[in-house]
Structures are given as C-alpha cells and as structure tokens.
Design a binder for this molecule. Structure first.
Ligand code: FAD
Ligand code: NAP
Length: 547
C-alpha cells in the first residue's frame, strides 16, 4: 500500500487528511506509553502518542470504581527510572488507592512535560506497514494520518473492558457501570439498591466499599474466589525513608525476583511437604497475617503441585468458614478450584462484608442470569430489583486492545488473521510479518505475572535501545523470524505446563471471553526473561531479520 492509496480511502470516508511524520508512533498513555515517550524523547527521537482517554494514567484513569487500589506495594508499584522522581514522591498507604496512583501519573506527566506530545481523546483505529516506505501509516479517530518509522502498541493488558452478552441490557432503566469504565464524575450510591455482577479482583475490591455506601447490595457470583487480606495501612514515614535511603538496592533486589517484587517478603525456599503440619499452618498463618499476594510464595511448590496446593486451599477455606457467620453463605463463598490458577485476589474486609444485613449473595454459577430486566435481572427461579447495576466482569486481557485496532503487516496480513489461533510473538515484544512494530508487556512476556511497572520499564528500555541500535547500524527494519517465534511460543507453553496455571478457566488463558482461543498468554519468570532479552540484543538481535 502507498501513502496515496491510504489518503484516498481516508478522504473518501472523512474529507480531511492531515499527515505528520515522526520517528515513533505510540498508542496509549498509561505507564507504558508515558515512559516510552519520555525515554525516546530523551534519546532525541520525535514521538506522537495517541490516547483514547482525556488524560494520562491508563488503568488508573479508567478504573475509578470505589475501592480501586493496587495489589503491589506502593514503594514498588512506581517508576524506578529516575532517582529524583522516586525520592520526591511520597506515598501515603502500603497499597495506593486509584486516586493517588492517578495523581502520581499526572505528576510524572507534568514533571517530564509529556502532554505536549500526546493527543488525547484520539483512538488509533488502524495501522498499516508500507513496504515501499518502510513506515507505519496510522489512522486515528480524528481522521488524521500519522506516519512513523516505528509503531509501539502500549495499549495495556487489562484495558479492553468486557460486559457479558446477557439479554435485555437495553431494557434496564437504572444506571449501569463497568468497573473498568467507571464514570469520571463518580456514582452516588447513597440510598440506592445496587447489584454487582462479578467477584474477581475488581468486584472483591468494590463490594465492601459499595456495601458501606448503599442501602442494599446484591452480589451475583458465578465462581467463588480465593482472596487473602491485603492488610492495607498508612505508610510509616520511617519505612518510606528507610527504603528511599537505599532505593537503588531495593529495586535491584526486586528486579531479581520471579515476579519482580517482594524481595524482602519471600524468604522461604522449601516444599510444603518438607515441613510438619504445625509449621505449615504457622507459615500460612504468618503470610495471612502479613497480607498480600505473596501468600502463595510461602512455599515453593504451591503453584506447581496439586498436593501442595490443596494445603493452601484448605487454609483459606477454613478462614472463610470462620469469618462468614451464615453457614450457607460461607459455603457459597467457598472455592473448590486450584488456588492461584486464577489471579489471587487481595482484599479489605471482603468475606466480612457478607455478614452485613444489607448484603445478599446470589449464586449464579448453578443458576445463571437469564436476562436483564427494566428493574433488575432474572434467574430461572427469582427476579431481583435494583437501581444501579455494576459489571465487575473483567477484560479481554492481553490481546483485546491490540486486536481492536486494524493492524496490517507485510503482504496485507492482518494481526487478526495472524493471531486467529491465539497470540504468537517473539519475546512478547514483536511479531513476524509486522516489521518495526513492538508491543509493551504483550502476550509471551511476563507482564501480568509481575509488578507491571517494572516489566514496563524493562520493555521500554529494550525497545528504545533497539531502535537506537538499528539507527546506529543503519538498518531500516527489524522483523522477528518465524522460527524464533515458534521457539518462543514453545518456551512460553513449556513454562506454563510445568505449573498449575493452565488448570482453570482464567483470563490468563482467555477463557473468560467466549470464542477466544485458549492459550496461556503470559510468560512465567521475570529474571530468565530479562536475561534472554539482553542476550538477544548482545548477539546483534538474534532471531530477527535486519534490513
Ligand atoms: P494501560 O494502563 O492499560 O494503558 C493503556 C492505554 O492505552 C489506556 O489508557 C487506553 O485508553 C489506551 N488505548 C488502548 N487502545 C487504544 C487505541 N486504539 N487508541 C488510543 N488509545 C488506546 N498491575 C500491577 O502490577 N499491580 C497492580 O496492583 C495492578 N492493579 C491493577 C488494578 C486494576 C483495576 C487493573 C485493571 C489492572 C491492574 N494492574 C496492576 C495492571 C495494570 O494494567 C498495569 O500495572 C499498568 O497500569 C498497565 O499500564 P499500561 O500503560 O501498559 O496499560
Ligand atoms: P476478572 O478477574 O476476570 O473477574 C470477572 C468476574 O466477572 C468473575 O468473577 C467472573 O466469573 C464474572 N463474570 C463474568 N461474566 C459473568 C457472567 N456472565 N455472569 C456472572 N459472572 C460473570 O476481572 P477483574 O475483577 O476486573 O480483574 C481482572 C484483573 O485486573 C485482575 O485479575 C488483576 O490482574 C487486575 N486487577 C487488579 C486489582 C488489584 O487488586 N490491584 C484490582 C482489579 C483488577 P467467573 O470467575 O466465573 O468467570
């Protein structure tokens, strides 16, 4: 395709075409797009970022639901690339709330003057690689055309919100909201009857806070969830100052961890079978009391061996029966699947919330929602009424936001065709047939199994160093080889198959989206991944065709 043919199609649909040339087009202004812009600009490149939202922050811009906060500790869930930035910013809680993380994103945007190169309220609709020009032609919702030598999808792993296809949605006369698209102006739930569908991380965070705000809450649960207490608290000044006094070392220690986090918490290196029953309970209790996702790291084999996993399952099941007063509700809340094969949730007073008189739990696993009605929803045996319906129903994870853009690579092949049987990448960064295109924390990279800000930094640095190396060596294109992609896909699968991750219907596998091919998408193990990326670069980008 040439510029002219693209112009013609744009003219015919919109009348106006504006064309801009930059070195790099970046899609998305979450933490990935923001750092990509900053680093490339520092290296002397011209960059145009497009963002569908009205401001920066990505996940933390869209997910404004009550109770939204991170599950990685604040002192870790923050950029590490700039020493002054990490010294000057003060976190107030162990786990930051969404408003605080969004303020941080805004602070970063102001501090590095990022907004001048971000076009907000502008969605990238299509991108096509022109083989004559060796450039990407990117078309946006404002009908502009932007041409870039490189194209970076920093579109997020959990950014395509999904709402189940339940009959009657248009009939509901109350207010509907998705946690991942929460109204900016907020929702006043005081005095309201609220229904929440979904009990993943978003639902589990939102439910206790909504219950405290509204008159009546009905929770529609399809699958009970393992969740452990977050033990969120105000962040002690002494702790914050102490970490800041050795931030570089603290970051380096976390960088060497399998999930790029928790170096000071993960202190055990033995099997659950190697300790006495008493010690097993003590250690799980210690992790429960400490709070946080590292509960699963109490022993090395909880996510590897079902006979080890069952001990952790039993421990949480016992806690549920102790916390929830009504035995029938406790039983409905009790999960049976492998703990950790769906992302472990951390909560504040989740199970306790079901002891409140204004909260009711409805099991829609055995009796699914049949339709949404004008005043609520119906299952086979009961009608429910409420004023507000909250969908905490998750995302088309990892591939959703990439596949929502019409991306055409060499010979007219689209990314939708290329990934029709599931995503395939080399290093989770590149795709054969799509030269000079990169994905940040894409499928095949550790992304969602890590502290994502740290994974994002590693990706951004690898991509920008790669672009600079190509220019230095006067190459105009880089493209993954098909055999490198195949070897990478095999590697990602082999890693997953050694664990219990593939054993249940999680979004890691795409199982939450009807019709999506079931493939375990993220790569397990951050340090090995980093070593491999570094090795590829050191070996003059092995596995790639350079032209
Ligand atoms: P995002 O923040 O998702 O940003 C992508 C941006 O791209 C969005 O703003 C979107 O509008 C834009 N975009 C997408 N498509 C287009 C398009 N076609 N055109 C224009 N713009 C587009 N991770 C952790 O490590 N720890 C946590 O505690 C944690 N908590 C989370 C809590 C919630 C509620 C959710 C949903 C995710 C959480 N995550 C967490 C994962 C989180 O997504 C990442 O940590 C991180 O914020 C991702 O940044 P990103 O820039 O890659 O993507
Ligand atoms: P999710 O984990 O995919 O949970 C979606 C929920 O909706 C599940 O309980 C699911 O039930 C339910 N659901 C979907 N369709 C349904 C239907 N038709 N009827 C009834 N129930 C239905 O999504 P999420 O909670 O938004 O979390 C996604 C990810 O975002 C998390 O795993 C995490 O990585 C990130 N996140 C992190 C935090 C944090 O603590 N920092 C907070 C929010 C999100 P089934 O289980 O039966 O499918």
């Amino acid at each position: 395709m040439s510029v002219d043919s693209l112009d013609i199609s744009l003219h015919s649909s919109a009348g106006r075409v504006e064309s801009t040339d930059v070195d790099v087009v970046v899609v998305g202004a979450g933490f990935a797009g923001m750092y990509m812009l900053h680093r490339l600009r520092e290296m002397g490149y011209s960059v145009q970022v497009f963002e569908a939202g009205t401001d920066v922050g990505g996940t933390w811009y869209w997910n404004r639901y009550p109770g939204a906060r991170c599950d990685v500790e604040s002192l870790e869930y923050s950029y590490s690339f700039d020493e002054k930035l990490q010294q000057e910013w003060e976190w107030t809680e162990r786990y930051s709330s969404q408003p605080e993380i969004l303020s941080y994103a805004n602070h970063v945007a102001d501090r590095f003057d990022l907004r001048r190169d971000i076009r907000f309220e502008t969605r990238v609709e299509s991108a096509a690689f022109d083989e004559d020009e060796n450039a990407w032609f990117v078309r946006t919702s404002d009908k502009a055309l932007t041409v870039g030598r490189f194209f970076v999808m920093a579109t997020g792993c959990l950014s395509s919100a999904t709402t189940p296809d339940i009959k009657g949605k248009d009939e509901f006369s109350g207010t509907m909201a998705h946690t991942g698209r929460w109204p900016k102006e907020g929702l006043d739930l005081k005095g309201k009857r609220v229904g929440v569908i979904g009990t993943g991380s978003s639902g589990v965070q939102a439910i206790p806070v909504i219950a405290a705000q509204c008159d009546e809450l009905i929770v529609f649960q399809r699958t009970p969830q393992y969740t452990v207490p977050a033990r969120n608290a105000g962040l002690d000044d002494d702790r914050q100052n102490e970490i800041k006094s050795r931030y570089a070392d603290f970051r380096a220690a976390n960088f060497a961890m399998p999930q790029a986090l928790g170096s000071e918490v993960s202190k055990y290196n033995d099997s659950i079978h190697d300790v006495s029953e008493e010690e097993r309970r003590e250690r799980l209790q210690e992790a429960w009391d400490l709070g946080g996702t590292l509960f699963l790291a109490s022993f090395t084999d909880v996510l590897l061996d079902e006979s080890a996993n069952v001990h952790a399952q039993d421990f949480v099941r016992e806690k549920i029966s102790e916390i929830v007063s009504d035995p029938e509700t406790a039983s409905k809340l009790t999960p049976e699947h492998i703990i950790g094969c769906k992302r472990l949730v951390i909560d504040t007073d989740y199970f306790e919330t079901f002891n409140r008189p204004n909260v009711r739990l409805v099991d829609v696993g055995n009796e699914p929602i049949q339709r949404i009605t004008e005043s609520g929803l119906s299952t086979k045996s009961e009608d429910f009424e409420f004023d507000v319906l909250v969908f905490a129903t998750g995302f088309d994870a990892m591939t959703g936001s990439i596949l929502r853009v019409d991306i055409t690579g060499r010979a007219g092949t689209t990314i939708q065709e290329k990934w029709s049987a599931g995503p395939r990448t080399y290093l989770g960064l590149t795709v054969p047939g799509f030269p000079n295109m990169f994905t940040v924390s894409g499928p095949g990279s550790p992304s969602v199994l890590t502290n994502m800000i740290i994974s994002i930094e590693q990706h951004v640095e690898w991509i920008s160093d790669c672009i600079s190396w190509l220019d230095e060596h006067q190459y105009s294109t880089i493209e993954a080889k098909t055999e490198a992609e195949q070897a990478w896909v095999d590697h990602v699968n082999a890693k997953a198959e050694r664990t219990l991750f593939p054993s249940c219907n999680s979004w890691y596998l795409g199982a939450n989206v009807p019709g999506k091919t079931r493939v375990f998408m993220p790569l397990l193990g951050f340090p090995g991944y980093v070593r491999r990326c570094d090795q590829v670069a050191e070996n003059n980008y092995e596995g790639f065709v350079l032209q």
